[in-house]
Design a protein around this ligand. Structure first.
Ligand code: NBG
Length: 801
């Protein structure tokens, strides 16, 4: 596209929307004009893609996920369509600053953290690889809350993203579905034929909104379908009975289903509304999948040949009984045929072994909200138990553990395990843990169903768009091949001893750090030195991720400096970004602690120029895109065995940050790639953690033998931080929150301090550090989402031959 053409299209669009030329628009209008035009370009491209796929009858994957952390779309779509430069030029010539227009693009924060971002990365990469895919999720009116730190304390503000974000969505009132909640189910036989009816239910109408998904240099445009809930129409009965207010009430009850995203990460609450959200998603999605299958192939018998449905963590597990319901109640299938179709259609990824995240619903709630689904799940459970006993000779104790229903609860992971033809974990270590412990009994029965697909990232967003300076330098060095084939990054290794290349890499990093420093000065009012080591920990706040370990180390090094103010140390800037789930008190207290430690060190003249600490509020995709290119060190310090994979670790790595981490999740595979020389490992391994538990772990024993650590923990409660953090300290030393020091922060402390010293030593030798950085970039190719989605397509979804 040339300049003239772009201007003509923009003017046409602005005339249509606002009855004026582009140059006469306000910035907000310009934003809307550009986005609308892009959306229309994507729609046209999508049509071409669909038409080209028709003759091939390619298998289609549906990725069901309660979360898609999309982030911003404007720059992404411009980049992907290859029109970023020409659009920017036209905007400038018409008197607008592209950066300011980009600044208007809200983050679509329809997810909490890694799980939701992974879903978005995969949809991007499926598109990039021309694989037909549709993501299904919910059009939450309010995505993940906006975080504001007030006097050190996290407060949550509603995220009204649709205000401007709506421009990316195409409503399709023509394809709505009815979803039924509550009421009674009656089952009977009519001339030997099984019949079932649900009466007295409340209907909700699911309305789809399409968001087009693009990637770079590819034919495909895929889409994310977001369901919104609304009441069928005014309840005229109630209305004519004079119950005007009641019928309005019902309206809000229906619409509340798609109101807000649950803000908990790796943790479930078991709330009624959440169950309703999950059912809205799966029921509407499956109805639409079946409509399409019937339209294209005229029969549901062949569903598994044309369709793969992926269950992203257990949140959409109701897909299984919902497909059974649709096949049996609406399309006349018998149980066995329907089950056969279901087992061949569904696959499931597990994303966590944390017990508080494994979804379970109390049977009464399940029955109250979804009576027909409940009766189907009971039958699944009955048959599953029978199959285990009869065909596999599984002992009763194991059957009780594996069953779908037990102790008055429906267990969603077990529901997935009872049905799906493939099950995978998200890193080698995590998959091994699934086989060894969480799903061990299933593994013994049927090992062939298990596979591993290590997570990957959409690096065209996380490297090419987020770090344009690095990306163009890489193009200069190794050519543009890496844009499509991340493996080509390895060519960079040729330059590992080339001083001029290392210098350029250092200069690019420094410039990225300057930009971040300017942002920090603006937002936090703290000046940080871009030449200091940027030590970054950005991720959800969770005890197992051990932000607390990081904080204790900062306090430790602060104390040392206070005792010996003349000591030479490598100047550091510790950077945190993290949202805590709104109800997770200890996590919020840890945020408050980070703020207090920041105040202490940033205001102490004794350590000025040597230690700085900042908590940047409202961590989100667009903020990650600023922080990650500026990181020197990537903190991945979870207790071994708990972080299923991590994906921030990969984003940081590909931007040249060096990992400081435990052998947990995908860190293990990062280590395989870069080796001891290019990573800072510390802490216990999974086996060592288990041994210590078996021996009986007492953190106080460690503290008694380590006076410095005792003093550091003492600082939490002594008042030096301006307030006392009694609960945080107690979480380490007493059983007040269950087991004392559940995540073994104390046990790993010394080795972490040791590793941090190694980090400083390496950073002092700038060339050595930049070489480590280069190797990390070069070896990050396997963590591309392209690799991951192709593995899914081949081994799980059967999409490629
Ligand atoms: C998260 C894990 C991460 C992992 C992402 C994506 C949940 C339930 N799990 O380690 O904690 O990287 O999933 O797989 O959010």
């Amino acid at each position: 596209m040339n300049k003239e053409e772009v201007l003509r299209l923009l003017n046409e669009t602005s005339t249509r929307l606002f009855a004026c030329d582009l140059s006469e628009c306000t910035e907000k209008q310009v934003y809307k004009v550009v986005c609308t035009l892009l959306r229309e370009m994507l729609a046209a491209k999508r049509k071409e893609f669909k038409d080209s796929m028709k003759p091939a009858k390619k298998k289609q994957v549906y990725y069901m996920s309660m979360e898609f952390l999309v982030g911003t779309s404007l720059r992404n779509n411009l980049f992907n369509l290859g029109v970023e430069e020409v659009f920017e030029r036209v905007l400038r010539e018409e008197g607008f600053d592209p950066e300011r227009i980009y600044g208007l693009d809200p983050d679509a924060g329809l997810g909490n953290g890694g799980l939701g971002r992974l879903a978005s990365c995969y949809l991007d990469s499926l598109t990039g690889n021309d694989l037909p895919a549709i993501g299904f999720s919910i059009r939450y009116e309010f995505g993940i809350f906006k975080q504001k730190i007030v006097d050190g304390w996290q407060t949550e503000l509603p995220d009204n993203w649709l205000d401007r974000g709506e421009v990316w969505l195409q409503p399709r009132d023509d394809e709505t579905y009815e979803v039924k909640f509550g009421g009674k189910v009656s089952e009977w036989y009519d001339n030997g034929k099984f019949r079932v009816a649900q009466t007295g239910y409340h209907s909700v109408i699911a309305v789809p909104y399409d968001m087009f998904i693009s990637d770079y240099d590819c034919k495909a445009v895929n889409k994310l379908v977001l369901w919104s809930a609304k009441l069928p129409s005014f309840d005229m009965n109630a209305f004519s009975r004079g119950e005007y207010v009641r019928s309005l009430e019902q309206n809000t009850m229906a619409e509340v289903i798609s109101k807000v995203l649950y803000p908990a990460d790796d943790h479930i609450e078991g709330k009624r509304l959440r169950l309703r959200q999950q059912y809205l998603l799966v029921s509407a999605s499956l109805q639409s999948i079946l409509v399409r299958q019937l339209r294209d192939y005229g029969t549901l018998d062949t569903l598994p040949d044309h369709v793969a449905i992926h269950i992203n963590d257990t949140h959409p597990a109701l897909s299984i009984p919902e497909l059974m319901r649709l096949l049996m109640d609406e399309h006349g299938y018998g149980w066995d045929e329907a089950w056969n179709i279901a087992t061949r259609t569904f696959s499931y990824t597990n994303h966590t072994v944390m017990s508080e995240a494994l979804e379970r619903w109390s049977e009464w709630l399940f029955d109250e909200q979804l009576p027909r689904i409940y009766s189907i799940v009971r039958e699944i459970d009955r048959r599953f138990r029978e199959d285990l006993a009869v065909n596999h000779g599984t002992p009763q104790e194991k059957i009780d553990d594996m069953a779908v229903i037990g102790n008055g609860e429906v267990r969603m992971a077990n529901l997935c395990m009872s049905c799906c033809h493939m099950v995978n974990g998200v890193s080698k270590l995590h998959t091994q843990i699934l086989k060894d412990s969480l799903f061990r009994n299933y593994y013994e029965v049927d090992p062939d169903r298990f596979t591993n697909v290590t997570n990957g990232i959409a690096y065209r967003r996380w490297l090419c768009q987020a770090n344009p300076a690095l990306s163009s330098f890489l193009t200069e060095l190794i050519g543009p091949g890496f844009l499509r084939d991340a493996g080509a990054l390895e060519d960079l290794l040729r330059y590992r001893d080339d001083k001029s290349v290392l210098d350029r890499l250092a200069a690019i990093k420094l410039e990225n750090k300057r930009k971040l420093a300017a942002y920090i000065a603006d937002k936090n009012g703290v000046s940080v030195d871009p030449s200091s080591l940027f030590d970054v920990q950005v991720k959800r706040l969770h005890e197992y991720k051990r932000q607390l370990l990081n904080v204790l180390q900062i306090l430790w090094s602060y104390r040392r400096l206070k005792e010996d103010p003349g000591r030479e140390i490598v100047p550091r800037t510790y950077i945190f970004g993290a949202k805590a789930s709104a109800g997770y008190m200890l996590a919020k207290q840890i945020i408050s602690l980070i703020s207090a430690v920041s105040d202490l060190v940033n205001n102490d003249p004794d350590v000025r120029g040597r230690i700085r600490c900042v908590f940047i509020e409202d961590y989100r995709v667009s903020l990650a895109e600023r922080i990650i290119p500026a990181a020197d060190i990537s903190e991945q310090i979870s207790i071994a065995g708990k972080e299923a994979s991590g994906t921030g670790n990969m984003k940081l790595m590909i931007n040249g940050a060096v990992t400081l981490g435990t052998l947990d999740g995908a860190n293990v595979e990062i280590h395989e790639q870069v080796g001891d020389d290019n990573m800072f490992l510390f802490g216990m391994t999974v086996d060592e953690v288990n041994e210590l538990w078996a021996k009986g772990y007492d953190p106080n024993e460690f503290i008694r033998n380590d006076a410095e650590l005792g003093e550091v923990i003492g600082m939490l409660t002594s008042g030096v931080l301006g307030k006392r953090f009694d609960d945080v300290a107690a979480s380490l030393t007493t059983g007040r929150f269950g087991q004392a020091d559940q995540y073994m922060t104390v046990a790993d402390f010394r080795d972490y301090v040791r590793a941090q010293k190694d980090v400083s030593a390496a950073f002092l030798d700038r060339d050595r550090f930049m070489k480590m950085s280069l190797v990390n970039i070069a070896k990050a190719g396997v963590f591309s989402a392209d690799r991951a989605v192709l593995e899914y397509a081949d081994r799980i979804w059967g999409m490629r031959g």
